[in-house]
Design a protein around this ligand. Structure first.
Ligand SMILES: [Zn+2]
Ligand SMILES: [Zn+2]
Length: 138
């Protein structure tokens, strides 16, 4: 397992303490946090951090392929330390976003009508196991 410093260096990113803490948070919390959630989690340990810093850091992580993002909820961007293609499930009740790793979209193609496909996002929405009323569980 490469150190976080090495992973930043590999992507040509300067490794500052704040950057390492943000990447570390994403690696440890595979809950697809938003900028707000990351800010809330880090502001105690990093009192000088701002949402703008977090946003800009995430942007540079995205541009270099260190992380991925998703917009499953339709109103906010979520960030994911997993960069391999995978699908997501959104619980419409509690807002939890789970990784779906065992289902691949059957329609994945390299091109559609001559247009080159670079990303395919498959979003499932419904009620998670915790929110399903008793009796409706499988
Ligand atoms: Zn739920
Ligand atoms: Zn994910």
């Amino acid at each position: 397992m490469k150190s976080l410093q090495d992973r930043l260096k590999e992507k040509g990113l300067r490794s500052s303490y704040q950057r390492i803490k943000i990447l570390e948070y994403l690696e440890k919390n595979r809950t697809h946090p938003t900028v707000d959630a990351i800010y809330e989690a880090l502001k105690e340990k990093l009192p000088s951090i701002s949402k703008t810093t977090i946003y800009n850091t995430l942007k540079s992580f995205l541009e270099t392929g260190l992380i991925s993002d998703l917009t499953i909820s339709g109103h906010e961007v979520m960030y994911d330390a997993e960069t391999k293609p995978h699908s997501h499930f959104l619980c419409k009740s509690c807002g939890t976003v789970l990784d779906v790793v065992d289902i691949k979209c059957p329609h994945v193609r390299k091109e559609v009508d001559g247009n080159k496909v670079e990303e395919v996002h498959l979003y499932f929405k419904g009620l998670c196991k915790k929110c399903l009323p008793e009796g409706r569980k499988q």
